[in-house]
Design a protein around this ligand. Sequence first.
Ligand code: FAD
Length: 252
Amino acid sequence: MAGTAVSGRLTWRAATLAEARWETPSARTLVLDVPDWPGHLPGQHVDVRLTAEDGYRAQRSYSIASAWPSSGAGQVELTIQRLDDGEVSPYLTDDVQVGDQIELRGPVGGWFVWRAKSTSPVTLLAGGSGVVPLMAMIRARADAGTRQPFRLIYSVRTPEDALYADELRRRVRDDAGLDVHFVYTRKVPDGWPAPPKRLDVAAVNTYGWPPDFAPDCYVCGPTTFVETAADILVALGHDPRRIRTERFGGTS
Ligand SMILES: Cc1cc2nc3c(=O)[nH]c(=O)nc-3n(C[C@H](O)[C@H](O)[C@H](O)COP(=O)(O)OP(=O)(O)OC[C@H]3O[C@@H](n4cnc5c(N)ncnc54)[C@H](O)[C@@H]3O)c2cc1C
């Protein structure tokens, strides 16, 4: 049975784009109907494969944004941030149309996942599109009705770049167990009390859970963001075994 499950995850499936919505002017969520989807855990990703007419293929990984399959059996949501000089992401944000098919396989990954049975508080550190798998965890926590408190620190260049901004605001308003703090690196909103800055020790210390609470920490984003954020957590005294990281690549 285990072998069957593994080979199922490694099978390429033809997913159909059922719906798409813009999260920001440069990021789009794709809602995909996936035949025989085996289900997934929040934090896992899929591999997406595109094949050109001449047979050229390109493959990239994308985190799953949706919570458990119970929120849409057989459907998987991905949120793609367009990189203007990228090969694959501009196609997924700008070109793929409802009804088109793309190949994907998964779910992939067993370490960077959050499980509802965990009893620890959770600190989430996101850089840019690194918020995608962390959003799946926030959604899954709400769906599961569990009480572990979550704190998200979300680093974005400008307020306009924040993914899921309205949903996060709504969830914070309705859920005393969820806190969200933004770090703006290039432009702050009107009335923001500080100039733009990168994630630093003070922000993690103030808006994350202290090490004494033994939180599970999930860090995701571009490679340099992940390395900086993980270093800060370790410097603050967090147990490295409780720090899980996912690197999206790139250097910014
Ligand atoms: C496990 C995993 C999950 C991921 N989940 C998501 C997700 O949910 N949403 C999402 O938008 N992306 C995600 N990514 C990143 C994604 O796989 C691609 O790397 C990204 O879309 C760029 O692909 P591209 O073909 O457009 O650019 P490429 O043609 O591969 O690269 C173009 C340029 O951008 C740089 N670059 C590549 N990736 C990044 C990056 N992440 N940040 C900054 N610069 C970069 C390259 O160095 C290059 O200079 C994930 C990556 C991994 C490994």
